[in-house]
Design a protein around this ligand. Structure first.
Ligand SMILES: [Zn+2]
Length: 132
């Protein structure tokens, strides 16, 4: 468990290096979140906002997908999953939105309090999809 977490944290920092090279990131003054071990906790916390989040998504100004990095208005979401088993219509009763571009349940809304920006979505993708 500890070893796994360390390995994953390492992959996050590799991503930081790529971000720094691509965007000229310097310290935490450009990127809104400080890149510390706490950042990985933030990514863990953010992941909890990627499911069972229908109300939060619909209350968001913008949503992002950390699989394909699309950013869109919540009204663009047409498919929902995780409906109660007795619900007649998944899209009407589902609680987890699917990305309108790639169809993956990897959405997070701005109402979560996390920055819906490419850099943040990239960090999430690196953390949860291994950056590939
Ligand atoms: Zn997507």
């Amino acid at each position: 468990m500890v070893i796994l977490d360390t390995a994953k944290a390492g992959s996050v920092y590799t991503g930081c290096g790529e971000l720094a090279a691509a965007g000229g990131m310097r310290g935490s003054s450009v990127f809104p979140l400080a890149w510390t071990p706490r950042m990985d906790l933030d990514l863990l916390r953010a992941h909890r906002h990627s499911a069972g989040h229908r109300e939060e998504l619909l209350a968001s100004e913008r949503c992002g997908c950390f699989q394909c990095l699309a950013i869109f208005a919540p009204q663009a979401i047409g498919e929902w999953i995780d409906a109660p088993p007795d619900a007649p219509d998944d899209d009407a009763a589902g609680t987890t939105g699917l990305c309108p571009r790639c169809g993956v349940d990897a959405l997070i809304g701005s109402a979560s309090g996390f920055p819906i920006e490419r850099e943040f979505l990239l960090a999430m993708r690196e953390r949860w999809f291994g950056g590939r």
